[in-house]
Each structure stands twice: as structure tokens, then as C-alpha cells.
Design a protein. Structure first.
Ligand code: XMP
Length: 512
């Protein structure tokens, strides 16, 4: 295991991902809890992340001293470098000029840390983001590399296996960064890389059995990847002690509920209750045009329906959820202030307490790409496992303004055509999320010899890493033209198609 001590960098999660890509399990803990985690986890290596603080402040966060005394290799990144240098007796000063963005380091010494990656005397591009810099080495360290703004940019103590650098190896803008992290975990720390999805699957099954015992588990299926993977894993662990419930709120995509039901019942033989509650949901949403009210209405109703169904099947001792690692990582907060709610995402959060159930969250250690790998390992079809994210409130937030069944049906057809063409042209996997929106306006058009007055469909496609920021996808205009033609010809009620070229921020991915 590798312990990652988080000092609050925006990209700490990437360190964990890079390490796991090397087949080595890693966990992130905030610096305040690092001491305890170090003791209980007994990691074979430690990585200190970057962060916004300055070690020159009296109250600056530091790594627990025990980490440096345990004989394990330690890697310091950016702020982590400065913390390490200062804690081990070196000196850090405020830089005369801050370095942000692309820079070059020159390798000035050989080290096992660079083996097979970087060569002495050569220069390499890296991604910097720091103000302070190390000006005096701690005892036992050598300078391994320099950059224009910092003559002591990479430092190392081969004997103690301590290495540190001012740039960020975990981001893609440092082209050989992943290879350096590989060297650190594989060569320097000697870790073998046995963290695979096959191993995870075996271990997770044991854990589920130990937690659940003879208890009954209920799992909500949404049609999304996370809940599906969780359900298949649980079924493998506890068989028919699991019941899945698919609450069909009538806001799913074309034939989606049917496909999910077929897959789970027929291919996996998993007990599944399909509740068609679309009328109830549509009724509750009648005339509701405020996005937040929509979300809350759907969230609350979802819990009510789910609870009623759970009671019908005789209740359960556990509620299974497809919670992922990014939702679990405790974030480092220096301000302590609450963040602003941009949109209230819905889940079945209130249920366990209300129904006196415990939670089973078999995916809470995984990143999204790992969940996909686990899904493949469990035999779920590629086409399903690689699906774009889909929001809990479904198409309700893709029909701005009040929702009607007619509008939803129009949207479903337009969306189906759009996605079908994206897949046919081999673009699906390059796009993080793509969908159609039905605008609440009608515009004039001409078709054949007649005037038309119909709805506008908006198309959205974005690239992103985690949904927090996003760029619009730069389709070829001919592709968009072809999709527009198909939608207008094939979907009754639409006579105009537009493409959304807003990034996030300032826009959000969904329109509501
Ligand atoms: P936004 O629109 O906030 O979306 O940029 C970011 C990601 O979150 C999804 N999303 C939701 N998912 N419940 C969900 O489960 C919600 O209420 C919700 N709203 C947005 C959105 O599809 C995108 O992937």
C-alpha cells in the first residue's frame, strides 16, 4: 500500500490514480489524519502531495515525523518537497519569481529514481506550480535536477530513498511524470503491482460476505454503470439474498428500463423488481419549472417509491449503494467554510436511517475507471460499462421549463439519434458525456411547401476528466449537419437543431 498525505492540492486524486495504474493500491488521507493512518495502514511508501500553503508560515501543515523515521521511501511533490526539505533540516525561501505552468528541468545527476526515464544532462518538460523554493539541502540529499526559477528543483537521498521535486509528475502536462511515479513505487519502493480488478473482486466478495452475513440486501438500479457493477458484484457474493429495485421514473432514455431489466433478469438471473412509477412522477412534476424544485420533487418521490417497494419485498437489513472513492475522500479544507450548492444532486441518502438499514458500499475504494474495469472483469458488456454518465433526475433536467410526456417522447427520439450517430462515427469514447436537450421554445421553419412552428433541440457534448470542469466537443460541422438533418426528418415536433459551445465553467454540463 502507498499512503498519500494530502496537503490540499487540486490534483492529489491524480497521484492516487497514477499509483493504482501501476497496480499498487493507494489511499489519500488529509494531513491532519496522516499520523494515525500511517500507524494503522503500515504503508510501504509515502507520497506527500502539493498544496496551497507556504512552509514559511508558522501554522503550515507538515508531515508526521514518524514517516521519515520508519525506513520507508518518501516522495515529496511541490509543497510536499518543501515540507520534506524543511522538516529534514534544509531551508526554504519565498521565490523571487513564482513558476506556474510549463517549464523545463535539467537533470544534473544520475539516480535510481530516473532509471530508464530521464538521463543526466538532458532537459525535460514539466508542469510547475509553486511560489516558495528550496535553497539549502537537508543532510544526506543531493541535487538531481534544476529549473530556471529554482536551482534545486529535484532532490534525493538514495540511501534513505527520499525523493522530492518542485513540479507535478501526476498531471498529463508532465509527459514522463507517470514513468517517474512508476519508478518510485516499483523500483524504489519495490512494490509488485498485484492490485488488479481480479484481486479486488475476490477481496470485495469476501468483505461483502463478512459484512452482510445472512442479511438481506436491497439495491437500487438506475441504469448507470456504478449501481449495475455494485449489483452484479453483490449478487456474486450473496446470491439471492440480494433484491434489486429499478424505480422507473419515466425520465429514462429510450427503452432504457427495458434493456436494464432484460440484462439483469435474463443474463444475470438477479431478482429484480421493476416499478413503473412514471405516472406518479409526471403528475408530481406537472407545471414545475424550477430546476431545484424538480430535483427535490424527484429525489423525495424516489425515496418514497423505493421505500414502499422495499417494504413489499419484505424489507432488508442493508441498502447497497454504488458510492465511489471521489465521494469518500475527505477534502482538505483550510477555510472550513461550506461550499456553495450549485445543484443539489439526488441520491437515496435519507433512506437507510428511515428504514433502519445499514449501508453496503462495495465500490467505495474505486475510481470511475476502476469501476469500469471491474464491470468488464464481471462480464458486463463493454457497451454498457463504457456508458456516459447520466444524472439521477434523468431527462427532467434536459427539458428546461415544465415537463410533459409529449416533450419527453420527442427528446427521447432526438437523443437516441444523436447518440446512435456518435457511436456509428466512432466518437463515443472520445466524449465524456453527450445528450440532447429539448428547448421550451418553438420557432418557425419551412418544410416541403408549408410553414412549421415547432420545438428546438439543443445538442451537448463535452470532454472532461471528472465532470468538475469541461470543454465542449469540437465536432466536425458536417457531422452536426448530418445529425440535425436526421433529427428534423425523423422526429415529429422538431424543426431546428442547435449545438452548445459553452465550457464549464462558466456553463454547467447539464442545462438545468
Ligand atoms: P453539471 O450539470 O453540474 O453536471 O455540470 C456534472 C455531472 O453531474 C451530473 N449531474 C447529476 N447527477 N444527479 C446526478 O446523479 C443530479 O441531480 C445531477 N445533476 C447533474 C451531470 O450529468 C454531469 O455528469
Amino acid at each position: 500500500k502507498v499512503l498519500i498525505v494530502d496537503f490540499g492540492s487540486q490534483v492529489t486524486q491524480l497521484i492516487a490514480r497514477r499509483v493504482r495504474e501501476e497496480g499498487v493500491y493507494s489511499e489519500i488521507v488529509p494531513f491532519q489524519k496522516a499520523e494515525e493512518a500511517f500507524r494503522t495502514m503500515r504503508p510501504k511508501a509515502v507520497i506527500l502531495s502539493g498544496g496551497p500553503a507556504s512552509v514559511l508560515d508558522a501554522s503550515a501543515p507538515l508531515a508526521p515525523q514518524a514517516i521519515y523515521e520508519a525506513g520507508v521511501p518518501v516522495l515529496g511533490i511541490c509543497y510536499g518537497e518543501q515540507a520534506m526539505a524543511q522538516q529534514l533540516g534544509g531551508k526554504v525561501e519565498a521565490g523571487h519569481h513564482r513558476e506556474f505552468g510549463r517549464a523545463e528541468v535539467e537533470i544534473t545527476a544520475d539516480s535510481p529514481f530516473f532509471e530508464g526515464v530521464w538521463v543526466k544532462g538532458e532537459k525535460y518538460p514539466v508542469w510547475m506550480s509553486h511560489g516558495d523554493r528550496v535553497t539549502e539541502l537537508p543532510e544526506g540529499f543531493r541535487v538531481l535536477g534544476k529549473a530556471p526559477g529554482s536551482p534545486i528543483s529535484i532532490i534525493g537521498d538514495d540511501a534513505r530513498r527520499f525523493y522530492a521535486m518542485q513540479f507535478h509528475p501526476e498531471v498529463v502536462h508532465t509527459p514522463h511524470g507517470a514513468a517517474l511515479l512508476r519508478n518510485f513505487v516499483r523500483k524504489i519502493a519495490g512494490l509488485t503491482g498485484d492490485w488488479t480488478m481480479r484481486a479486488f473482486r475476490e477481496e470485495a466478495i469476501e468483505k461483502i460476505r463478512a459484512q452482510v452475513g445472512k442479511g438481506r440486501v436491497i439495491c437500487g438500479l438506475s441504469g448507470g454503470v456504478d449501481s449495475a457493477v455494485a449489483a452484479v458484484l453483490l449478487h456474486e457474493a450473496i446470491g439471492d439474498q440480494l433484491t434489486c429495485v429499478l424505480v422507473d421514473h419515466g425520465l429514462m432514455r429510450l427503452a432504457e428500463a427495458k434493456k436494464v431489466v432484460a440484462m439483469f433478469r435474463d443474463s444475470y438471473n438477479i431478482p429484480l423488481v421493476h416499478v413503473d412509477a412514471s405516472d406518479t412522477f409526471l403528475k408530481a412534476l406537472e407545471g414545475v419549472d424550477d430546476p431545484e424544485v424538480k430535483r427535490k420533487t424527484i429525489g423525495k418521490l424516489f425515496i418514497d417509491v423505493f421505500e414502499a417497494e422495499a417494504k413489499k419485498v419484505g424489507g432488508a437489513d442493508f441498502l447497497a449503494q454504488g458510492t465511489l472513492y471521489p465521494d469518500v475522500i475527505e477534502s482538505v479544507s483550510f477555510t472550513g467554510g461550506p461550499s456553495v450548492t450549485i445543484k443539489s444532486h439526488h441520491n437515496v441518502g435519507g433512506l437507510p436511517a428511515r428504514m433502519n438499514m445499514k449501508l453496503v458500499e462495495p465500490l467505495r475504494e474505486l475510481f470511475k475507471d476502476e469501476v469500469r474495469a471491474l464491470g468488464r472483469e464481471l462480464g458486463l458488456p463493454d457497451m454498457f460499462v463504457g456508458r456516459h454518465p447520466f444524472p439521477g433526475p434523468g431527462l427532467a433536467i434536459r427539458v428546461p421549463g415544465a415537463i410533459t410526456k409529449e416533450k419527453l417522447d420527442i427528446l427521447r427520439l432526438a437523443d437516441e439519434i444523436y447518440i446512435e450517430e456518435i457511436r456509428r462515427c466512432g466518437l463515443y469514447d472520445d466524449i465524456w458525456q453527450a445528450f440532447a436537450v429539448l428547448l421550451p421554445v418553438k420557432t418557425v421553419g419551412v418544410m416541403g411547401d408549408g410553414r412549421t412552428y415547432e420545438y428546438v433541440v439543443g445538442l451537448r457534448a463535452v470532454t472532461s476528466v471528472d465532470g468538475m470542469t469541461a470543454d465542449f466537443y469540437p465536432f466536425d460541422m458536417r457531422f452536426l449537419g448530418m445529425v440535425a438533418t436526421r433529427i428534423i426528418n425523423e422526429v415529429k415536433g422538431v424543426n431546428r437543431v442547435v449545438y452548445d459551445v459553452t465550457s464549464k465553467p462558466p456553463g454547467t454540463i447539464e442545462w438545468e
